[in-house]
Design a protein around this ligand. Structure first.
Ligand code: EPU
Length: 338
């Protein structure tokens, strides 16, 4: 059944734990309810809420908040080697990963413990430890908000890039993703343990022939050490994207900072970790009232308790100005500021 509540606090619906309010809060649990909700005459414009893990709320939401709470995970096709699974948008991402590990379905183990829901995972092409959503993504079903028609987006339609997709660009705000289909392996799993921290964690546990569960456990241990748990300290993961700069600009930076970490993107482009830039500017572990920069990963802004969205945003702007001033590099928010 569709439920509509009024003046609802959004604190427990966003991982930053920001206490703004929704004037109208509509919860739907399946596609039919979603279509009915989109046809309600009194509303024409919606704010779509999934797991609330990639947003900074700086104000109350006057337009209706549509909370997508559809559940369901099922195998739609299976061979000896591979499996196609269809996951409803309201499923929690990490619970989906754990379900894959339990069933020995390989492909998403490196993406363990990422906050948020399955339905929003394609929007920013979530990624960690050398793997991105696009590597196992087959398609997603979506509803056109205006016409309520269903559309299926195949992987090639989605223009996936680093923390990017068609859903952040050409069709932004036009569709609500209702389910996602992934292709996973049932045997001969293609493990991706090339990321240094994963290798070290496996070595530390003397694991020489890792299973997908071993990789997932390693990622969980690394993330728990480095990243704050949103249940304890409000946060939205990486607040900024890692900037990509020209090779010429990087050469200048490297002269002054010979140990600057970096990833080569192409002959002409280098990606520099924003966390490192922010740490160099002296912000790591700093606290300004209830807003702060995490002590183990400077890329993550945190809400210690009662910070407002405006306070976190002011800190983000201060950091951006400082990085620009010191390195002449503009860092861009990854989180959606509302
Ligand atoms: N670094 C610092 N200081 C810091 C943080 C990082 O010097 O405070 C340095 C590290 O020493 C390392 C480099 O920066 O040399 C990279 O750090 P890390 O491995 O932690 O990765 P990242 O580039 O900071 C990205 C993703 C994370 C993802 C990790 C692992 C982005 C914006 N972030 O962080 O994603 O977990 O790689 O793959 O690309 C997220 O999106 O919410 C997220 C947590």
């Amino acid at each position: 059944m569709i439920t509509i509540q009024h003046n609802v606090s959004l604190k427990k619906f966003n991982t930053f734990g920001i206490n703004t309010k929704a004037k109208n809060f509509i919860t739907i649990t399946n596609i039919s309810e979603l279509i009915v909700a989109l046809q309600l005459e009194e509303f024409s414009n919606y704010f779509v809420l999934g797991g609330g893990s990639n947003m900074l709320l700086t104000q109350d939401i006057e337009i209706p908040v549509l909370h997508i709470n559809s559940k369901g995970k099922r195998v739609v096709f299976s061979t000896e080697d591979e499996v196609l699974v269809e996951i409803q948008a309201g499923e929690n991402w990490h619970e989906f990963v754990l379900w894959c590990i339990e069933n020995d379905f390989g492909g998403v183990e490196n993406l363990s413990l990422i906050p948020g829901n399955v339905g929003t995972s394609p929007i920013q092409n979530i990624g960690a430890y050398g793997v991105e959503l696009k590597d196992t993504f087959i398609s997603c079903a979506a509803i056109d908000i205006k016409t309520q028609e269903q559309k299926v987006f195949q992987r090639d339609d989605c223009n996936f890039g680093y923390r990017n997709s068609i859903f952040k660009n050409e069709v932004k705000g036009k569709y609500i993703i209702t389910s996602v289909v992934f292709k996973l392996t049932r045997k001969n799993h293609k493990l991706n343990t090339s990321y240094g921290a994963i290798q070290q964690e496996l070595e530390r546990n003397q694991i020489t022939k890792p299973t997908i569960k071993n990789v997932s456990d390693a990622v969980i241990a690394i993330r728990q050490r480095k990243l704050p748990d949103p249940k304890e300290i409000g946060n939205s993961g990486s607040f900024f994207k890692n900037p990509v700069i020209s090779k010429a600009a990087f050469d200048i930076l490297q002269k002054e900072h010979p140990n600057a970490p970096h990833y080569v993107i192409s002959d002409t482009e280098i990606k520099v970790p924003a966390g490192w830039l922010i740490e160099q500017c002296g912000f790591k572990g700093k606290r300004f009232g209830d807003a702060g920069v995490h002590k183990n990963q400077a890329l993550v802004l945190v809400n210690y308790d009662n910070a407002t969205g405006a306070e976190i945003l002011a800190l983000a702007k201060k950091i951006q100005a400082s990085v620009l001033d010191k390195f002449n590099i503009a860092i861009e928010a990854e989180v959606n500021v509302i």
